[in-house]
Design a protein around this ligand. Sequence first.
Ligand code: HEC
Length: 340
Amino acid sequence: MSFRFGWRLPVVAGTLIATALFAGTSALAADPAAIARIEARASAVAQRLASVCPLAAPNDKAAFDRCRNALFGDPVVTAAMDDRIVWGGIQYPKAFKDWELTVFSTDMFRGLYLSLFGFTGRHTGKINQEGFYQVDFQARFRNGLAAGEYAYPFWHADPKWRGYELTTSFTVYFDVDTEKMAFAFRARELELAGPAQAPVTLPWDGKWMWVDINGQTQPVITLFEDMLSTGNPLIPALNVSYRELAEQMRQSTCMNCHVPNNPKHMNRLSLLQTPNHAFGEADRIVETMVKQRMPRDDANLPVAMEPAAMERFLVLARKFEGDVRAAREWEARNGKGPRN
Ligand code: HEC
């Protein structure tokens, strides 16, 4: 018999909320029909991942492109996700609620993170100790791509990059109520046959974005033109509205906290430091600013902005959000996927 119990941590409207289920030791039996539906969904996802993102050489750029292209708008994988997912590394022995994880919009998550793995189709499922239905998809990380194919230099902290390199499972926690993936982890739940992948070492100069020797802004994968379909007519407008908002976010100190090294140790970090990360968070940027919840000071208390600055911020954030919405609508109707 399976139980789910203890507290659970759904992400509601972008905010971490401990629900009434926090009520301690009371155990709720998981609905077997829901578990069966989740299992069916997980099998469909596993098959889909193995077919569009099979295991490949770690530097096989064509395999990566095919995978990313298929996953960005893939109906099977998309149906298993809500509009947001929380991602990171397994952090036992810390309590689950204290794990430092990152929140993503699921389209950007599929394009920037999920596609960095190759899959065998093998998977296992169980109710886990946190009360989720855990599915481990056997997987291997592509560690031999060009630096600009990673959403930021994951090697800024060696344990993080090694965590990616040693991944043998892409592990997902399904919320048993919504029957969707709530959390995803690079993990080591399943053995992978074959020789271990040779480790790769990459240099980092402290920047999340850089310009390469050819004058190309990197990571290229974080640019709109690299993630959206080539014909998406919103790309020029997005580039302008993003640039203006990014400058405003820098001035408003947002980048002191919303960057990958997570200087404030947020449990649910949102990343704003590249065009595509900001794209994924555009709606929440507007929402959180309207509610005057940001920026924060060093004690994590909201700081009141000058009314004129706030007004300017909101104009830019709403413009960017409108462009993002239009770009998504265009992709849904006409999109061929990244770089296509
Ligand atoms: C001192 C650190 C800090 C600064 C500066 C900061 N934030 Fe945050 N931000 C946080 C924390 C911590 C959270 C997590 C939620 C919470 O604690 O309520 C958060 C959450 C968010 C979220 C997720 C939605 C939400 O409301 O929880 C968005 C979007 C966001 N911040 C945008 C911004 C923007 C835009 C700026 C600049 C105007 C900014 N933040 C400045 C610390 C900061």
